[in-house]
Design a binder for this molecule. Sequence first.
Ligand code: ZN
Length: 376
Amino acid sequence: MKLELPKWYDLHAHFRQGDVMPHLVRDHLAMGCAGILAMPNTAPPVAKVFENDDLPYWSIEAYTDMLKKAGGDKFSDIIVPLYLTKATKVAAIEAGAKTGILRACKYYLFMTNGVFRAMEEAGVVLCIHGEEHGMAAENYFDRATNAEEYFYRERLPRIVEKFPGLKIVSEHLTTKVAVDFVRSAPATVAATVTPQHLLYTVGHLLQGLKHHLYCLPLLKFEEDRAALRAAVIAPANTKFFAGTDSAPHAKKVTECGCAAGCYTGGIAPQLYAQAFEEAGADLSPPSSRTPKAEGSQDSRGDSSSQAPRNDSHGFRAFENFLCRVGPEFYGLKIPSETFTLEKTPQDVAALSVGGEHIIPLPLGMKQKTLPWRIVQ
Ligand SMILES: [Zn+2]
């Protein structure tokens, strides 16, 4: 089975800085990415728009240049969100939006100084890490609630109500509560979903303490994964799109190897395809079916182990999630160039950079091959 898909945008990924950056960019290019949204939590953060502002941060201008020099000039588009701080000025939002260099901001603090209003008026997207800050450990991850659920119940509804024109991306959803909120929110609110949150639950993380699966927000429960899967494979999905949150860590970043983040560069479409099939979607493209076999048990070109849905919309839903919903939300052009996913096993290899190894998520989960590969 081969799927020919438009090149896609990874609308949430981390490319760091320095020597590792060209390797990460290359992995993203190799997996059919037309463009990227590169998150600004670098050191220092990308917390000013223009290089000539005198704040002690990196600028969007400079970081975009770094990405381009690292091979990113081959992307048709690079979005670098502005890291919001208390020093962020309304004037910078307005000027940045006017030149077109500022298209999104990453929210880490509650802003009260008019920045959200300015973003709303300038059409700048707010990217939100939706977890309540500073919760006591007992409440942060409790059986009854957690930091993400609290945020989507108590915080985000107020922001949406106060700024009805503000475009918001709820990043890397992990809970049914958040999925339900995004689905019922106005069209200004959409969300990214990572491969790991579609593939695994907190049980996978805890069973054998697989630290490569440690990411934030933490994986949740089966009910949550089921809600995420249902959201992305729904034929009418207009809100949930690909954003890998791919974040490389060399093994020795922390003593236990436990910095948050899963590396999925080079293999994200393959993992998303695996997750769709595990969720029961039939990914065979329409042209590969005979009309008679459409939707019948025999037409399934694979041996997906979970309850089959005979979902003849599986391919369209996959293409929609990976290649269309995100760029449409950001107003990006859907590329005419394509890339191809093929249902043939692929070995996964560690990435070596300067004597350090970055372990891609499947290897960290002791999965040495993927059911899908990218063919160029
Ligand atoms: Zn992230």
